[in-house]
Design a binder for this molecule. Sequence first.
Ligand SMILES: [Zn+2]
Length: 398
Amino acid sequence: MHMPMPAFLANLFKSSESTSPMYLVASVAACVAVFLIVSRIHAQPEATTMHASTTKTATSSDTVTVRLLDSEGRLTAAEEVKKVVKSDEEWRKQLTEEQYKITRGKGTERAFCGVFYDNHKEGLYSCVGCELPLFYSNAKFDSGTGWPSFFQPVAKENIAEEADNSYGMRRVEILCKRCDAHLGHVFDDGPRPTGLRYCLNSGALKFTEMKLGATPSDKPASAAPDKEKARTSGKREKAVFAAGCFWGVEATFREQKGVTGTRVGYSGGVTKNPTYRDVCSHNTKHAEVVEVTYDPEVISYAQLLKVFYENHDPTTKDRQGPDYGDQYRSAIYFLSPEQEKEAKEYTAKLTAAKVFRAPIVTEITKASEFWEAEEYHQQYLEKNGRAKCHSGLNVTLP
Ligand SMILES: [Zn+2]
């Protein structure tokens, strides 16, 4: 993974030779930046003084818009639900003394003392007061602070934020949207992809162990924009491509008319059910891939191949621009003998036409199992309003 480059930098790279030391400089700089961000730790000072807890009166209009979980543990669309409002006495009865101090009295547990800071189990963290889903374990990271830390909530709708200027500091307090439980604070020194660090109190959380994304093929591909859907015939086919950082590759395919859905994932390697971290280690041999679902009557496989070759550099082995590593290799993973034939013929045609300055190194192999990537990687650029990470070589292809 890498930071998407600003346009002027991307242009600089595009025009430089493939062996330019600029790539190295940029990669090293990016690594150092990441290291600095990750290693920067802001300790959350221990709060021992309790704020007076407030008791609210329930009214029928007291509603909030949040996301819940369906029976299969997936997030629902945002929906309006009643706020959970209880008396001070009711909260005291429901919660332990520690949980009460934290959630209703805005307390902070001692670092390294909570039950979840070192919890590495897979599952869901929900609000201890009302069980609203708050964080998945796959967004948890080891911040070194001694408090459970996450880079992103299950849904931004579920977390309320308020300025907190207590103890002579400017901080942003985070609260449960449904029951107003104090959860902790959010800081802007977290790791990528969000750069945020949600610093939680274990005492505000309830943990439920569950498998997250353990069934890679059962989830429908997320739909491309509605206007495209209306024009499709109903027929669906799939294609799998690897062309560098899957964020940008996915965004490029989603722009194509006739592409009805996409998923990013890992394929072409050996490890079952790999995580992003596993793939970064290079031991899995997986490439970052995009599975494209398309309507063959609107866009053909041949047209997808053209999009593929136009939007990345197929001449550099295990590298795209500043991204080095075998997970960034260029590959076409065919799903049928017809796709294999088309991919090989088109690649041979491009080679014969000498459209690229260097030989094409794209791997053309039969698709192996597709392992869907973590939810935070899906439609990453759309979710985060970022520019694409890299682009093609500005060549016109036949
Ligand atoms: Zn709650």
